[in-house]
Design a protein around this ligand. Structure first.
Ligand code: SAM
Length: 225
């Protein structure tokens, strides 16, 4: 476990290129809020039945944030989260946590949850129940038929292209966008690459200028409506 500058934990993944951390050292929680929070709120405001696709469950910050924001919105509709995670360990631990079962990451999860509890005191106690009903946890990222052109918010939190080379290739990204994006869709990620920009533009997305987290030059915020 690595504690980031806002006190929230991340993981240094020993199996990745240069032992990549899951989050920016400037704050795992703050980074999740900055990169994905605004996007989640935007999609929730504009859609009564939003579906989100998350790439990279990891410790589950994005899934929890989505649940908190949806519960806070008090909208009557239905919200679904489809989350991909290739590593059985992260999926297994998160599932144990969801079901209130003992797990090895319990201490990390407790530290992860502290800033959520502070910012979402009404919602956090309901998050596990909500996720058990509205989260679909999938394995390695692939093109699944049931969600074809059904997704309004794509929250792409893969490792960098040095570690997850295939996920950042233009052809793959184009396929992914073409397969999942609904007619109205918002795509966000912490990075901005030529491959991603070209893939999004070729699928009719407009790129908006957005700075990256804590001094990173650019992140990606792209819309199609
Ligand atoms: C940057 S971390 C995600 C951090 C996470 N969003 C969080 O809030 O803690 C990237 C994650 O993507 C997962 N991953 C790597 N390759 C993948 C693939 N092909 N499909 C799905 N997940 C993948 C890794 O195991 C890792 O958990």
């Amino acid at each position: 476990m690595v504690i980031t500058d806002d006190g929230s934990p991340t993981i240094r993944d020993l199996g990745t290129h240069q032992q990549e951390c899951m989050h920016h050292s400037g704050g795992a929680y703050r980074e999740t809020q900055y990169i994905y929070g605004e996007a989640i709120r935007t999609v929730i405001q504009s859609d009564d039945h939003p579906r989100f696709l998350v790439v990279g469950l990891g410790l589950g910050y994005i899934e929890i944030l989505t649940a908190c924001e949806w519960l806070k919105s008090q909208k009557p509709g239905n919200c679904q989260v489809i989350s991909f995670e290739s590593a059985p360990y992260w999926r297994g631990q998160f599932t144990h946590w969801l079901n209130h079962q003992p797990c090895e990451l319990a201490e990390i999860y407790q530290r992860r949850d502290a800033p959520f509890t502070q910012d979402y005191p009404q919602e956090m106690p309901k998050v596990r129940d909500w996720l058990r009903k509205n989260l679909t946890l999938e394995k390695e990222l692939s093109l699944l038929a049931p969600w074809q052109n059904q997704i309004q918010g794509i929250l792409f939190d893969a490792y960098s292209s040095k570690t997850s080379h295939d996920l950042w290739q233009e052809d793959f990204l184009t396929q992914l966008v073409r397969h999942y994006a609904a007619a109205n869709c918002l795509w966000v990620t912490y990075a901005s690459t030529g491959n991603l920009k070209r893939a999004l533009q070729s699928c009719g997305f407009t790129l908006h200028k957005r700075a990256g987290f804590q001094g990173k030059k650019e992140s990606t915020w792209a819309t199609r409506s």
